[in-house]
Design a protein around this ligand. Structure first.
Ligand SMILES: *Cc1c(COP(=O)(O)O)cnc(C)c1O
Length: 389
């Protein structure tokens, strides 16, 4: 595992492994190919929340093989177009976006998720405008609320709303009207099957493409059920190499982690048994030991609770060591043990890969502070520079 030469000499950083992202996309493509070789399925790579904390500028170059990108704000759409992305973009939360805004031709081929009747009202208003003032390449996806239940149309509202979209297609305002569903519990095979069947019943014989599968459905499903995930799949988390299935790491599935978070030891001190380190006396040495401190903390996005159960990798060998006391705002300490050989300047790895390739899965780190990989990724703050490798 190479560490880029441009890493800061002081302060922490995260490495974004672009090859890992393109590998993860090919991994999915291969899986899809084996389940339906004759019928290509298209993939939306979801890059909302600044590519799950990996940075759009670092991530998009690795996603050239995706058929489209998914984001949540018109600003993100513009950002992607400025970065040169020319293929379709899916706007996942388009409610609240003004109709005039989607007429902006610089947004390119836009796919809107329709969550509310007010969006249909707006589109019907646009359909009455002269052709020159209408959007030209607008596609729509009607969201079924389903078990998640927070956005979209429920079982009684769905078909009438879809009729309105079809009418807009007939009027030439929208190119295509499809069906979209986001699972509430795709990590559980039985729940997934039930949600999938419910959606199929609601859509019934209505025309148009559909889009369901998220990372959990795509990683967890048997190959033979993958083809039921629709014409356009939407995946986020798995592209960044993390598993959406509890108790499993991305690496165990064949994915490659795309992020490693690092800092350097700025102090290594010898503690006598009984001496304390950290706020609130949260660590007391049980034996004489070395304690190393690195300048990274919760202001960079390292959860404060991590000290209770977590560990980090330290030094050239990527040796796992436990935390010593609470994570502070911009530093944390590690119990290096009585025979420590690490020195000031050595690299600490909070998750991802140590310089020698030793792995600390982000899923393991997340589990040790009762959260999920996606929260760790997106919780990183602008104080932590991202560097491409
Ligand atoms: C975030 C999101 C996705 C991607 O989900 P992952 O579990 O990260 O693959 C797909 N669809 C919708 C509607 C989303 O909001």
């Amino acid at each position: 595992m190479t560490i880029p030469t441009s890493i800061p000499s002081t302060g922490p950083w995260a490495v974004i492994h672009r090859n890992a992202i393109s590998h993860n996309l090919s991994w999915l493509r291969q899986r899809l190919y084996h389940c339906s070789p004759g019928a290509p399925v298209r993939v939306w790579a979801v890059v909302k929340a600044d590519a799950y904390g990996h940075g759009l500028t670092h991530t998009v170059p690795a996603l050239q093989q995706a058929d489209g990108l998914g984001v949540t704000t018109p600003d993100d759409v513009r950002r992607l177009r400025r970065q040169g992305w020319q293929k379709p973009i899916l706007l996942l939360s388009a409610s609240g976006v003004r109709a005039e805004e989607i007429c902006d031709p610089s947004l390119g081929e836009l796919h809107l998720v329709i969550d509310e009747p007010s969006q249909l009202d707006q589109l019907e208003r646009l359909a009455r405008l002269p052709e020159s003032r209408r959007p030209t390449r607008l596609n729509t996806w009607l969201r079924y609320a389903g078990r998640l239940g927070n956005l979209g149309f429920d079982v009684t509202e769905y078909a009438p709303a879809f009729e309105r979209l079809l009418a807009l297609k007939t009027k030439g305002l929208v190119v295509e009207a499809g069906h979209l569903h986001h699972y509430a519990g795709a990590e559980d095979a039985d729940a997934l099957r039930a949600e999938r069947n419910e959606f199929a019943t609601v859509v019934g014989r209505l025309p148009g493409p559909f889009s369901t599968g998220n990372s959990a459905a795509l990683c967890g499903s048997l190959p033979e059920t993958l083809r039921q995930e629709g014409h356009w799949l939407r995946c986020g988390l798995m592209l960044y190499g993390a598993s959406a299935l509890p108790g499993t790491t991305g690496a165990q599935l064949g994915l490659r982690p795309a992020m490693s978070v690092h800092a350097r030891l700025v102090a290594v001190r010898y503690l006598k048994a009984g001496q304390n380190v950290g706020y609130g006396d949260t660590f007391q040495a049980q034996r004489d030991t070395w304690v190393g401190t690195a300048c990274i903390g919760y202001s960079h996005g390292v959860p404060r609770q991590l000290w209770e159960q977590g560990h980090a990798l330290v030094g050239p060998s990527g040796r796992p060591v436990p935390y010593a006391g609470r994570v502070a705002m911009d530093c944390l300490s590690l119990d290096l043990g009585p025979n420590a050989c690490e020195q000031v300047g050595d690299i600490v790895t909070l998750w991802g890969h140590a310089p020698n390739g030793a792995a600390l899965p982000v899923e393991t780190v997340a589990a040790s502070c009762s959260t999920i990989a996606a929260e760790l990724f997106t919780g990183l703050t602008s104080r932590l520079p991202l560097i491409s490798a």
